[in-house]
Design a protein around this ligand. Sequence first.
Ligand SMILES: [Fe+2]
Ligand SMILES: [Fe+2]
Length: 258
Amino acid sequence: MVIRIAAVGDVHLDKDVVGRFRPALEELPECADVLLLAGDLTRHGTEAEARCVAEEFGGLAVPVVTVLGNHDHQCDQVPQVVKVLEDAGITVLEGNGVVLDCAGGRLGIAGVKGFGGGFAGRCASDFGEPEMKAFVRTTNESAERLGTALRSLDCDMLVALTHYSPVPDTLAGEPLEIYPFLGSYQLGQAIDSAPTALALHGHAHAGTERGTTPGGVRVRNVAHPVIKQAYSVFHVGDQLDTDQVSPIGQSGSQRSWS
Ligand SMILES: [Fe+2]
Ligand SMILES: [Fe+2]
């Protein structure tokens, strides 16, 4: 039993990018059962940019599931952005999950944007000023919602989808000083609290593709500037533990969007 998952993050669409991914996306049914988007779909989170995302990723022959990224929050138009995406048939997750019936079984996907905070021994703490407590509370609440969603799904294979990273491994290449703004260990704890098969994230454009949670879950940074192609394909299943990189879709530039 194998489920094939295509994924990409940080496509940062605006009018000038529309059409760049589409030829590879049209070939998705040949290699994947679902497409997951790891946030930062837009540059500044405007409704107009969301329409570009809908045009590029809407109406595909496989289900599309996404979380939002920090860029998608920039213009405070999240409700409008979500509506445009959902009207295009894209499922937007934030602290919840969805189960898809794929040929290889029922795929459960739990998603949350996540937040910063840092990693064990180098992290923000719930101490001092109210602003600091609010920062850490946001991190904790986000991770708790991811964990609850992961543990609630009735499925054969479980995948976690976030924008921020759950581990420091996939940040290698980014300046150490900004690790606390790229992810948090609490997301990793949430992923390890359920029988998660694969964790996908974006956000770290200068990071590294592969990592592992303390509990041994495969983590993959699928930010477009990292994978340098339209999407990567991962297989999850009873006996498979391999990544298969899509041979198609050398799409998009390698610009260092953040
Ligand atoms: Fe981001
Ligand atoms: Fe990004």
